[in-house]
Design a protein around this ligand. Structure first.
Ligand code: UD1
Length: 422
């Protein structure tokens, strides 16, 4: 199990290339199950979550070749059963459900287990599949779905108690592509990853309108074909490096970003006194730490509002930002595990009912800390960059789930980090 050793105090400078989006890649990889033709997907980040998805596709019988960011998949003769051994490792494997059901008229997918950032049910995914005419049963920890006469287009509302569902919207959209008739998803997620999936499916011959809005319409087609696609940049990796630059940088340039995907994070950094300057094309930005940063109020909510996946990293930045900040997570109110670890480094944070009140301290100090989930571990790395002393971050496998070569990228910017095998 690897650890990351971060020797605090270095200044970050230079440029970093942002990888392709992990969260866009996962449903797109699953969508290749919708056709027997080969699909080629570029800029798939080399992280363990995309590796898990590739393993699931392999286990289902697909032929997968992967080399330097490009994945070529031919899902010729695939099974309708997604095995527990593969699925249990990653919640996002639930998004093979829609494609398998659409392709075979039946699917067996293991029910995802609990998750440290909160109870993460899949009831909205199932509501969508039922609306399309699938029968849903549970047996032995598995979800059994069947639609012997095929799926039928339907109107549905996928709003849950915390708003829309990102993977649920994607899952239902994938199933609806091969359904008979027109499907309308109301209260759809509008995240850029949903739009990228819709673009991929459209490239395969699907007929989708409204992706990126709260109402997506899918006109079913009899079959889909192969496609070549390049995944969008990872807006959460980009946001993490923007926060790192605001915390410990002296002019850090991010390349291969999309300004339109970064608006909420840019606004939050600017509100805290930092500067973010994009080039005219909006694909490169330079982040400068502000001279007198101050605390902010932040609230996570569905896109285009501030992303929950950038909550922990911003909390780490605010831990040493003068003044009082208030951070509320409306999507995953229990997602504050990183605060306990930040407090071990000297942060002054009080968490109560999904709200963290952060009083900026002058400096954090190194301590052995434990990564609890993907974004929490990124927050600890950020905190360690300016802490006095050397911070040991345990359970690094969490960060490897979603950040491509993060240690190498930070080192290239001048951070003093070491990956240690223990
Ligand atoms: C995706 C992202 C994850 C991000 C999250 C919210 C991927 C691989 N993961 O996860 O990084 O944090 O969006 O932006 O893209 N919910 C239900 N019932 C459901 C589904 C969800 O109640 O059937 C609730 C969840 O508990 C949560 C909210 O809806 O409170 C949003 O979750 P959702 O958008 O579905 O998250 P994911 O798509 O799983």
């Amino acid at each position: 199990m690897d650890q990351l050793l971060v020797h605090g105090g270095s200044t970050l400078k230079g440029a970093v290339n942002i990888s392709g989006s992990k969260n866009a890649s996962l449903p797109i990889l699953a969508a290749t199950l919708l056709t027997e033709d080969p699909c080629i997907i570029r800029r798939v980040p080399d992280v363990s979550d995309t590796n898990y998805m590739v393993q699931i596709l392999n286990a289902l019988g697909a032929d997968v070749e992967r080399s330097s960011g490009t994945v070529r998949i031919t899902a010729g003769d695939v099974s309708h059963v997604a095995p527990y051994e593969q699925v249990r490792r990653m919640r996002a494997s639930i998004c093979v459900m829609g494609p398998l059901l659409a392709r075979h008229g039946r699917a067996v997918v293991s029910l995802p287990g609990g998750c440290v950032i909160g109870d993460r049910p899949v009831d909205l995914h199932l509501r969508g599949m039922e609306a399309l005419g699938a029968k849903v049963e549970f047996e032995g920890g598995n979800i059994h779905l069947s639609a012997p006469d095929g799926l039928r287009g339907a109107e549905m509302d996928l709003r849950g108690g915390s708003g829309p569902t990102v993977l649920g919207t994607g899952n239902v959209m994938m199933a609806a592509c091969l359904a008979d008739g027109v499907t309308v998803i109301e209260s759809a997620a509008a995240e850029p990853e949903v739009v990228d999936l819709a673009d991929f499916l459209t490239g395969m011959g699907a007929r989708i309108t409204g992706a990126g809005t709260r109402r997506i319409t899918i006109e079913g087609v009899p079959a889909l074909h192969g496609v070549e696609h390049t995944v969008i940049p990872d807006r959460i990796e980009a946001g993490t490096f923007m926060a790192a630059a605001a915390l410990a940088g002296e002019g850090v340039t991010l390349r291969r970003v999309r300004r339109d995907h970064m608006e909420a994070v840019t606004r939050a950094l600017e509100a805290s006194g930092h500067s973010v300057a994009f080039n005219d094309r909006g694909d490169t930005c330079k982040v400068n730490r502000g001279g007198s940063p101050s605390g902010v109020e932040l609230e996570t909510a569905p896109y285009p509002a501030y992303p929950t996946d950038m909550q922990a990293q911003m909390t780490a930045l605010l831990a040493t930002t003068p003044g009082i900040s208030v951070v509320k997570d409306t999507i995953f109110p229990q997602r504050f595990m990183h605060c306990a670890e930040l407090k071990r480094m000297g942060a002054d944070i009080k968490v109560d009912h999904g709200v963290a009140v952060v009083r900026g301290v002058e400096r954090l100090s190194a301590a052995p800390v434990m990564a609890s989930d993907l974004r929490a571990s990124a927050a600890l790395v950020l905190a360690a960059l300016t802490a006095s002393g050397s911070t040991v971050i345990n359970r690094l496998y969490h960060i490897d789930r979603g950040y491509e070569h993060i240690d190498e990228k930070l080192e290239a910017l001048g951070a003093d980090v070491e990956r240690v095998k223990v």
